[in-house]
Write a protein that binds this ligand. Structure first.
Ligand code: CU
Length: 473
């Protein structure tokens, strides 16, 4: 009897479902996007929601949250509530399409969707109740009970960016924003370099003094960087960055047995960068972004300070704030994601165009980095990153350097500037993105070199630290 009942209901289900399923497949196409946030919906089959209109057209949303937001915005663009024939969501347990109007919704649970906190849906009220208890939901609601106020309370971690957004704070240009989205950021970076290295070997001060009267001892590089990102469309984000640099270098001059320490400082705006990020590939959990950038010669290459040679001396290369040339910054970024993990890799090349006004060109450089991040909970995530870079020596000679300076310090030798370095960095981030993608992200990343080879003697890097704040609205 029981078996017959089940068979009968299954049969009825098939009879009811089959015509609409064959004539009108429910599955969204791979390029189908959520009309609210522009996100592709196909990669998140367990979260999709849809609205079918009386003219047969259908909209897909990346989750029930955006579905309700859309419904609350109606009427818009000629669509009215009366045109809707069917609203469907995915059952959280069975992953089947269900009628949203008879479904149950849980808000505020510990389970999040592709864009952060979501409404979790069930067709069965008992299942909904059990989930509500187990995942500590805030409210168990019928379709009619979901209000704009309920949506406002939802916060998330995935709403920060359109593509990516989980990368460590030391990585730049590795996410795009939702169309119309704007992000402002501030980063503080500091790097400490102490002691000299030639090739992969450490070189003592005395050894440097056998060839040079001046031995650089220590350099601190600080950078305050303001950034802005604007997304005119779902796949395009424009970026701009303005750095403010503070350099300080401790040196020691040795003449016979007379040792004289001295410190030089330089400070000011560095080279501004403008760029565009184009999201050109998407498949499942994998995305590719093309990075294009241009560095403008806004940083000074004529910084001076007092040295033992005299007052107001033109400082050597590492103390100058810019390249003095326009530099092209082409690159590519890969992003992958499988909750709670995400990972990525980025390669950027810096190509110097021409010669600067002081008759030299900084070496071209290549930056390659790869990272893994893991969400600890809704707000916190941890990251580990390998950061490799290689940069060439200087072409030409700074025509403003005095012959005395050139003869005295390895920092003024254009053939002792190149190098290769691999850093290991660990980071953490606190993300408070919420509602409609608005939010703040605070992050920290620090690390040390695992390997460095320098055309030296040249100051070696000991550690670096980046702290940042990102605000999306
Ligand atoms: Cu951004």
């Amino acid at each position: 009897m029981k078996v017959t009942n089940i068979t009968l209901s299954l049969f009825l289900c098939l009879v009811i479902l089959t015509p609409s399923a064959t004539a009108d497949p429910l599955k969204p196409g791979p390029r189908e996007r959520c009309p609210l946030c522009g996100m592709y919906v196909a990669p998140y089959p367990n979260w999709i929601a849809s609205i079918t209109f009386s003219d047969g057209s259908r909209l897909y949303f990346d989750g029930p949250r955006d579905l309700f937001t859309y419904l609350f915005q109606l009427p818009s663009e000629g669509r009215r509530h009366s045109d809707i024939t069917l609203i469907r969501v995915i059952d959280h347990k069975t992953h089947d399409w269900i009628d949203a109007r008879s479904a149950w919704f849980i808000s505020g649970s510990s389970v999040s969707g592709p864009m952060g906190e979501e409404l979790i849906t069930f067709s069965d009220q008992e299942e909904a109740r059990r989930f509500f208890r187990e995942k500590r939901g805030a409210a168990l609601l019928s379709f009619a009970e979901v209000t704009p106020a309920i949506l406002e309370e939802l916060t998330g971690t995935g709403g920060f960016a359109h593509v990516g957004g989980f990368e460590p704070i030391g990585v730049m240009g590795a996410h795009t924003h939702h169309p119309g989205g704007i992000m402002l950021s501030y980063r503080y970076m500091t790097m400490e370099m102490e002691g000299n290295r030639d090739g992969t070997d450490r070189v003592g001060k005395n050894e440097v003094h056998t060839k040079f009267m001046v031995a650089p001892e220590k350099m601190t590089m600080e950078m305050h960087m303001l950034g802005a990102m604007v997304a005119p469309s779902p796949d395009l984000t424009f970026t701009a960055m303005v750095p403010y640099l503070v350099f300080e270098m401790d040196n020691e001059r040795k003449m016979m047995t007379n040792i004289q320490p001295f410190t030089t400082k330089s400070e000011g705006v560095g080279d501004m960068k403008v760029g565009a990020l184009y999201h050109f590939f998407h498949k499942g959990a994998h995305d590719l972004i093309a990075n294009g950038g241009l560095s403008l010669p806004t940083g000074s290459i004529d910084r001076k300070d007092d040295t033992p040679t005299g007052e107001n001396q033109h400082l050597p290369y590492p103390m100058q704030l810019g390249s003095g040339t326009f530099d092209l910054l082409p690159g590519i970024t890969y992003i992958g994601r499988s909750d709670p993990w995400s990972w990525g890799a980025q390669g950027i090349i810096t190509l110097r165009l021409g010669e600067n006004s002081n008759d030299y060109t900084l070496g071209n450089r290549i930056d390659l980095t790869g990272w893994v991040t893991r969400k600890v909970n809704r707000k916190f995530s941890l990251s580990a990153r390998l950061d490799g870079k290689s940069w060439g020596n200087i072409d030409g000679t700074d025509s403003d350097l005095s012959p005395a300076t050139v003869a005295m310090t390895p920092a003024a030798d254009p053939d002792r500037r190149g190098g290769t370095r691999l850093d290991l960095l660990l980071g953490l981030a606190l993300d408070t993105s919420g509602g409609r993608h608005r939010g703040h992200r605070f992050a920290l990343e620090g690390g040390l070199p695992l390997y460095q080879r320098l055309d030296g003697p040249q100051l070696e890097t000991d550690w670096k630290l980046t702290a940042g704040w990102q605000w999306t609205f």
